[in-house]
Design a protein around this ligand. Structure first.
Ligand code: SF4
Length: 293
């Protein structure tokens, strides 16, 4: 069996790091690092619908956006809280505590361990498994998750290679994100819900509107409309971009929140295209979702 961590090519960076000896661009060695485990009340209403999503935030990220909204989690110095626990046990504890699902956040760089852990507890896991991703994924990795993941929540962050290069050093972002989202939708089929309104199968495409990027946002929506029908996915259109202090000086355009006009113009376009899903209150910097638009 191939050991993915020896010459790691688990994400589109394909940096080839031997993660037993050092770490790759994602910042992670072969040890699974968990930053936080929580019952998360503020995901989309069909993900946090009763007691909250059983969210596991993993350390590290291969994308490393300059404005990262999860900056502290993805790039803080590593604090290993998973030393004493098996990952499968973490899943079962979340289920025991009433979690609506198991939500894996930014997990692609630990894919082999995720699959191993799910294999070890699948006969005891009764809640859906949700894979929450920045969208920068290899299609092959998503194929390997077939049969393990019930719900995908991928971002599609950028359409333009210039913008994805500028903010994430990844001119190939859309190429990978578009192919992986297509694979996710193919795998799960149309959204399905349980009797409490919880999503048990399907894909929620997330998009965070960035300052000065509404035209890029609309190109993403246009691509989605050309490739999928509104019944095949849900859209989560996010407005809570927050300009943190660490934004580099050479990116002054990222030093403000988005305007109401920017968000509403993208939202209007999503509505014109007949998309179903969720929007956020523009007045709130928090992740407060309001019901269907
Ligand atoms: S997962 Fe990390 S180590 Fe592996 S290819 Fe991607 S950046 Fe490199």
């Amino acid at each position: 069996m191939i050991n993915d961590y020896i010459k790691c090519r688990l994400c589109p960076r394909k940096c080839g790091a031997n993660r037993y000896e050092s770490h790759g661009i994602c910042g992670m060695s072969a040890d699974v690092r968990i930053a936080r485990v929580m019952l998360h009340q503020w995901e989309e209403p069909c993900i946090s619908y009763k007691n909250g999503a059983g969210t596991i935030f993993f350390y590290g990220c291969g994308l490393r956006c300059v404005y990262c909204q999860n900056h502290r989690i993805s790039s803080e110095p590593v604090r290993n809280i998973s030393d004493t626990k098996n990952l499968g046990d973490v899943f079962l504890e979340l289920q025991e505590s009433g979690a609506d699902n198991i939500e894996l956040v930014t997990a692609s760089h630990f894919l082999p361990d995720i699959i191993k852990a799910l294999d070890s507890v699948k006969h005891r896991l009764e809640i859906p498994v949700v894979y929450n991703s920045g969208g920068y994924e290899l299609t092959d990795s998503i194929r390997r998750l077939d049969g393990y993941i019930d719900v995908y929540i991928p971002d599609i962050k950028y359409f333009s290679p210039e913008i994805s290069e500028r903010y994430s050093s990844a001119p190939d972002y859309f190429e990978y994100a578009s192919q992986s989202v297509a694979q996710m939708i193919k795998q799960t089929g149309n959204p399905q819900y349980n009797e409490s309104g919880g999503l048990i199968k399907g894909v929620i495409i997330r998009h965070l509107v960035l300052p000065n990027c509404r035209h890029d946002s609309m190109k993403i929506l246009g691509w989605i409309a050309e490739n999928f029908t509104p019944e095949q996915f849900l859209l989560s259109l996010m407005s809570q971009y927050t300009p943190f202090d660490f934004i580099p000086d050479n990116l002054p355009e990222l030093r403000r929140r988005i305007t109401k006009m920017e968000y509403n113009s993208v939202l209007r376009y999503a509505q014109e295209l007949g998309f179903q899903g969720f929007m956020q209150e523009k007045s709130s910097a928090d992740k407060i979702y309001v019901p269907d638009f």
